[in-house]
Design a protein around this ligand. Structure first.
Ligand code: NAP
Ligand code: MG
Length: 489
């Protein structure tokens, strides 16, 4: 890793402000929250905490901009600005990836990949800006004409988590802007730095004042947004617990539109006829990618009993070889995001030790890394499908491996979850693969692969994993509302 660039260091030295109406403003309370480098626990930055007055200020700026300029903006101009933002993100790849790496802890090469993915996502949605169409509907009367329009919702608050800070922000912002909305981005309190950096690029890209605000703060700020009477939409990614609170806040305020991308406990199923070389290559990443802080993590691994010993041995070997260090040194795995997350994950590991066999890991990293939030890749094995570590989302580098015997049995196990985000099946039997794909209760199925994403492909969960589909054409539904217009001729 090269030294941190001057732009990165200068950005970390700036004072905590909020971005409202294309300006950097002080928060009303002047309260701040520290942001920590999870590789060593040291404070690197402070963010402002937006209170009710700041939220009102941001909503007012967004609402005015929506009525004054944004609602009637030429869609191809919107597209150009979104493309310009993608260009700027690519131009600022170095500081953005360095800041993401420092703030979240992820390996620098992964941060670079995230920044590139954010730009690609913007480009895909820029293309939709001038293709948002309604329809004309025949109602079998010569004297009546009906057509529909898809209109922007107005002001959308985008509340995002800390595991993929920039990418999650852009997953929401790109369709919100393409559909002609104004938005208020609320990054997670642990990882707000790249959202703030993005604000400067938004201004430079030429978006009109008020089209995008960035409000930092903790859960209180998120709750104020979800309860606000003049916000039309919340796009949320995070825990199922908080997602339910957002939905409840909508029902108690103005019934704002809500889309939720929540937790998961995804089954990764390996049949005995799978291509084992590909399984071994993929499984270690499906199990420990982003140090396990991934909503699609394949945290329930099911292996056919014939290959169970071989697959588990190989997974143990590959997981033991993963390097772990500060993200700036580009290891395989970085630290977890925070002390709270380490405590949470270690709590699950402790409960796993009582209910399952510990096959690998189970410790925090000692020695040089003890100041940071490092947890070893951890593998448990239990066939108790009701064990806590099998039912609950851990959001850390922890998986459970279980053996199975036949197709009926494994579909029942796979669906035995309150979550339904992602799933994978490894088999050369194409009929079995598609039978499974049709019967699994999950929003995503990967056949002979894991964690494939593309901006054009809808993503989202069944059951308690969420409501709505981000990405692809489906995302346009989240950020528009449909109107039917009747004319008597
Ligand atoms: P979280 O609390 O759900 O955080 C997600 C976002 O919601 C953050 O911006 C958060 O602000 C905000 N928020 C918190 N309370 C809110 C409220 N009452 N109303 C509206 N917004 C609110 O997640 P977390 O605390 O960071 O992590 C806890 C667990 O959630 C993790 O261990 C993991 O299991 C799960 N998680 C899942 C995903 C996913 O992609 N599925 C992502 C992250 C976390 P603050 O930053 O102040 O909390
Ligand atoms: Mg939280």
């Amino acid at each position: 890793m090269k030294k941190l660039s001057k732009i990165t260091l200068d950005f970390l030295n700036r004072s905590p402000k909020l971005f409202i109406g294309n300006e950097w403003v002080d928060s009303f309370s002047s309260e701040t929250i520290p942001s920590v480098n999870p590789a060593n626990g040291e404070e690197i930055f402070r963010i402002a905490e937006a209170n009710d007055q700041d939220v009102d200020h941001a909503v007012d700026a967004a609402r005015k901009a929506f009525h004054k300029t944004v609602r009637d903006m030429n869609p191809s101009k919107r597209a150009l600005k979104i493309q310009r933002l993608a260009d700027l993100i690519e131009d600022h790849l170095e500081p953005l990836s360095q800041l993401e790496c420092l703030d979240n802890g992820k390996p620098i090469s992964r941060a670079v990949a995230d920044v590139k993915a954010a730009a690609a996502h913007l480009r895909y949605f820029a293309g939709w800006s001038d293709k948002i169409e309604g329809s004309s509907i025949p109602v079998h009367s010569p004297n009546i004409m009906v057509y529909t329009r898809r209109e922007p919702v107005g002001v959308a608050a985008l509340i995002v988590p800390w595991n993929f800070p920039l990418v999650m922000a852009i997953w929401k912002m790109a369709p919100a802007l393409a559909c002609g909305n104004c938005c208020i981005l609320k990054p997670a309190e642990q990882t707000s730095v790249t959202a703030l950096y993005l604000a400067n690029l938004i201004k430079e890209a030429g978006f009109p004042s008020g089209m995008v605000q960035v409000l930092t703060g903790g859960g209180k700020t998120g709750a104020l947004l979800s309860h606000h009477m003049d916000i039309d939409k919340i796009g949320f990614t995070g825990s199922t617990e908080v997602g339910k609170k957002v939905l409840e806040a909508s029902s108690k305020s103005n019934l704002k539109k809500v889309s939720l991308e929540l937790g998961g406990k995804s089954p990764n199923i390996i049949f005995d006829d799978a291509d084992m070389d590909r399984v071994h290559q993929s499984l270690v990443w499906a199990s420990f990618y982003n140090s396990g802080q991934e909503c699609t993590l394949g945290s329930r691994v099911y292996v056919h009993k014939k290959n169970f010993a071989e697959v588990v041995d190989k997974l143990v070997q590959k997981a033991s070889e993963l390097s772990m260090d500060s993200g700036l040194l580009n290891p395989d795995l970085g630290p977890l995001v925070s002390k709270e997350q380490v405590d949470r994950v270690m709590g699950y590991i402790d409960s796993g030790k009582n209910e399952a066999e510990l096959i690998l890991g189970g410790q925090r990293k000692e020695g040089d890394l003890s100041g940071g939030y490092f947890v070893e890749p951890t593998i448990f094995s239990t066939s108790n499908h009701n064990a806590k570590i099998v039912r609950e989302e851990i959001f850390g580098p922890v998986v459970n491996v279980t053996s199975f015997e036949d197709e009926e049995e494994i579909i029942a196990y796979a669906n035995n979850s309150r979550y339904g985000l992602a799933s994978a099946i490894w088999t050369k039997d194409i009929s079995r693969a598609h039978r499974f794909a049709h019967r699994i209760e999950a929003g995503v199925v990967w056949i002979n692969s894991y964690d494939l994403f593309h901006p054009a492909v809808p993503f989202g969960g069944f059951k308690e994993s969420g409501i709505g589909r981000e990405m692809g054409k489906s995302a346009l539904e989240l950020y528009t509302r449909e109107k039917a217009i009747w004319t008597q001729l």
